[in-house]
Design a protein around this ligand. Structure first.
Ligand code: AMP
Ligand code: ZN
Length: 469
């Protein structure tokens, strides 16, 4: 299996640290709002990487954090007049709902920065003791970049170039730095901010130290894969390497994987341009499986453009897969024969070759675009060769393979009737609540929304009944 390693800038054969096991860390979102569709890209793509390893029989220990202390969270908390914890807990819960909708598996562990402070204090102390960090007069602790000779090896930046770039810049509040490249490990609290006790000052951790510590705690000093969006290469991942390798005195991650950016209609997604979508907004228009399928249509390292047309195309593509699977399930109920017919042997070989094509695409740095094409060829084979005249063995074989490959891609081949039912029940409960509190406008709005989705409500003596029209 080949993986493009940002560290070497080339595809390398994957060799796990421990045979049969993969230790993987993916930088998770900062939770101050609903996640946007850009954040969904690393979630979906690295979940697919994990699923492929599992398909190949690896045991994957997959850790992904939530950054739950940060300036943006604090700002939002102040705006709403609540504490930072209320904001982060709320958006972690919302993020988990979106992940479920996108069929992203929960990580083996989702650590929270605020629950890992003691580990951070420990690593910072180790870095100070080893001469890799120092305490400024105001209690800020900085990492001494010059002390780590390999600084820049991930982003392929040269410390001297970085140095000249910084020469003119004096940042207020950072006068205590020995060198402009040094970065914060611990910073003093500001009025109204959450803080923790430390030997240096009451304060909170810098962002980069979180991931070094959480990765160490749940995966050990050395891991196989560390991943995230390409914007994290510098400075976040470069700094993580410096911290972890300086503290642990071992190479940190063997492979660094970075996804390309998602743009909207060929422009950078931004709130000010008005082309910013949360996953939740997309879920109002599409099943989130469609969003997942759309992401899979491109290689994870390529830039990806999001547009309504491409989403429609993904919706149609997904529909073709679901329809084929549904037809095979029906055929499995109608056909007989536990062994393949003579005439089906050739088709079995064709199917096997296509499964190999799928695997070869995935083993070439997880080329999901080509893997999806191979899957479509299998769908075509199923549509053109399986019929009521087929053996049950052949129909089941096709269905099994399609099912397995869709599992790798995280595509659910059954239409989601029950989930939809759950959503309906939830909306009905919200409508009942609105009626109870005499908010009839809201109650009517919910009834209208349900009607738009083809659901008719009937208020009866036994309660509310609903049916699809
Ligand atoms: P953040 O909450 O900004 O730290 O982002 C969480 C993850 O989403 C990181 O891995 C980012 O690199 C990734 N990310 C953010 N925006 C985009 C985007 N537009 N396209 C792809 N990945 C993104
Ligand atoms: Zn990180």
């Amino acid at each position: 299996m080949k993986i493009f390693n940002t560290l070497s800038r080339r595809k390398e054969e994957f060799v796990p640290l421990e045979p049969g096991k993969v230790k993987m860390y993916v930088c998770g979102p900062t939770v101050y709002n609903f996640i946007h569709i850009g954040n969904a890209r690393p979630m979906i793509m690295f979940d697919t990487v994990r699923r492929y390893f599992e398909y190949k029989g690896y045991e994957v220990n997959f850790v992904s954090n939530f950054t739950d202390v940060d300036d943006k969270i604090i700002k939002k908390a102040i705006e709403e007049g609540v504490d930072a914890d209320t904001i982060s807990k709320r958006y972690i819960a919302e993020c988990k709902k979106d992940m479920e909708g996108m069929n992203v598996k929960p990580a083996t562990k989702h650590p929270l920065a605020t629950e890992e402070i003691s580990g951070m204090l420990e690593m910072i102390q180790t870095l100070i003791d080893k001469g890799h960090a120092y305490v400024a007069a105001d209690g800020t602790v900085y990492f001494r970049v010059k002390s780590f000779k390999e600084y820049g090896k991930l982003s392929h930046k040269n410390l001297d170039d970085l140095q000249s770039g910084f020469r003119e810049i004096k940042v207020t509040g950072e006068e205590g730095k020995e060198d402009p490249n040094d970065f914060v490990l611990w910073k003093p609290k500001k009025e109204g901010e959450p803080y923790w006790e430390s030997p240096w000052c009451q304060g909170r951790p810098g962002w980069h130290i979180e991931c070094s510590v959480m990765s160490k705690r749940y995966l050990g000093d050395q891991i196989d894969i560390h991943a995230g969006g390409e914007d994290l290469i510098f400075p976040h991942h470069e700094n993580e390497i410096a911290q972890s390798e300086a503290a642990n005195e071992k190479p940190f991650a063997a492979y660094w994987m970075h996804n390309g950016f998602l743009n909207i209609d060929n422009k950078k997604m931004s709130k000010s341009l008005g082309n910013f979508f949360t996953v939740r907004e997309i879920s109002e228009k599409y099943d989130l499986q469609v969003l997942r399928f759309f992401m899979l249509s491109a290689h994870y390292r390529s830039p990806l453009n999001f547009s309504a047309d491409l989403m429609e195309a993904s919706k149609n593509g997904l529909e073709r897969i679901l329809t084929a699977a549904e037809r095979l399930r029906e055929l499995a109920g109608k056909t007989a024969g536990e062994t393949l017919l003579e005439s089906e042997k050739e088709q079995e070989a064709a199917l096997k070759a296509l499964v190999e094509k799928f695997e070869a695409a995935m083993e070439d740095d997880f080329n999901t675009a080509d893997a999806v094409s191979a899957l479509f060829e299998i769908i075509k084979l199923a549509n053109t060769t399986a019929s009521e005249a087929s053996s049950k063995a052949y129909v089941s074989l096709l269905l099994d393979e399609i099912q397995k490959l869709c599992d790798v891609l995280g595509i659910i081949t059954e239409r989601k009737e029950e989930i939809l039912d759950e959503e309906i029940e939830k909306m009905i409960a919200e409508r009942q609540q609105a009626r109870k509190s005499k908010n009839f406008a809201l109650a009517d709005e919910i009834r209208g929304k349900l009607l738009d989705m083809g659901i008719v409500l009937e208020d009866t003596r036994e309660g509310v009944k609903w049916k699809r029209v």
